[in-house]
Write a protein that binds this ligand. Structure first.
Ligand SMILES: [Zn+2]
Length: 267
């Protein structure tokens, strides 16, 4: 039977709302930001981001400060810690590690217990993570038992190099390689210490299903990249993948819990 005008896609919407309600306040966002970004005339306060989380039933997120990317890593770390202290259990802070910024590694070693992971952005930090200067610092990250969140628009070429060089380090490829996501999945598939996070404005049908197929559902993470993207983009990609209940729960929060569990237990 043909749907009435305005009723097209109704089943898909109903399914989406049912899933969102079922998983309300359990979802963990593996990729989030607070802070200013003058390029978009934007200042994402913790309260504004948590208001967005409230709408989607997202329990908590792994946050870095935009100040770490746009100004200085250490200044941004102070900013994200302040946000995390104001919203414990909801804003889980990532340490932005720029190996070229003096004192960055020493500060991480001192404050490691306050963070659930380390964020590295090659474009903004002006160094590749596989460069020997960065690798030395990342070796220390592995020893501290923290996972690495690495931006991967290069099709995960750098994520692969780092994961091979440091098999004891858990490497999360943020954005799953971007437009080069197929390449990314091939590169990381055999590297058990890697995971992918699915946010980006690339929303080709089948991306998440392919990631689960290639890596397994225990190596795929929901992330939103809020405030640059609405959580609906990534949630839509994930809900559209027709995963089993168990796989869906892994992607939406269990894998994130596993990843940061060690860091949380140390509190
Ligand atoms: Zn980011």
């Amino acid at each position: 039977m043909r749907p009435k005008p305005g009723e097209e896609g109704r089943d898909a919407v109903d399914k989406l709302l049912e899933l969102l309600n079922r998983y309300r306040n359990r979802i963990i966002d593996a990729h989030a930001h607070v802070g200013p970004d003058q390029r978009f005339l934007m200042w994402a306060t913790p309260e504004a981001v948590l208001e967005v989380y409230g709408r989607y039933g997202i329990r908590a997120g792994l946050f870095s400060s935009t100040i770490s990317l746009l100004a200085g890593a250490r200044e941004g770390n102070r900013h994200v810690l302040e946000a995390a202290r104001a919203h414990p259990g909801r804003i889980l802070p990532l340490y932005s590690l720029n190996p070229l910024e003096p004192g960055c590694l020493e500060e991480l070693e001192r404050d490691a217990g306050s963070y659930v992971g380390v964020k590295f952005h090659p474009d903004y930090f002006h160094v590749q993570p596989s460069h020997h200067l960065a690798l030395e610092a990342l070796k220390r990250v592995a020893e501290l038992g923290l996972p690495l969140m690495l931006h991967s628009y290069d099709g995960c070429a750098e994520a692969e190099k780092v994961a091979r060089a440091l098999p004891e380090l858990k490497v999360v490829a943020y954005h799953m390689g971007g437009v080069r996501w197929r390449e990314c999945l091939k590169r990381l598939s055999a590297l058990e210490n890697t995971l992918v996070e699915v946010s980006s404005s690339v929303a080709e049908p089948g991306m998440v299903a392919a990631a689960v197929e290639e890596l397994g559902a225990d190596r795929v993470l929901f992330g939103s990249d809020v405030p640059y993207l609405e959580p609906a983009v990534s949630l839509g990609k994930i809900f559209d993948a027709d995963l089993s209940e168990r796989d869906l729960e892994n992607v939406l929060w269990r894998n994130a819990e596993g990843l940061i569990g060690d860091a949380l237990l140390r509190r």
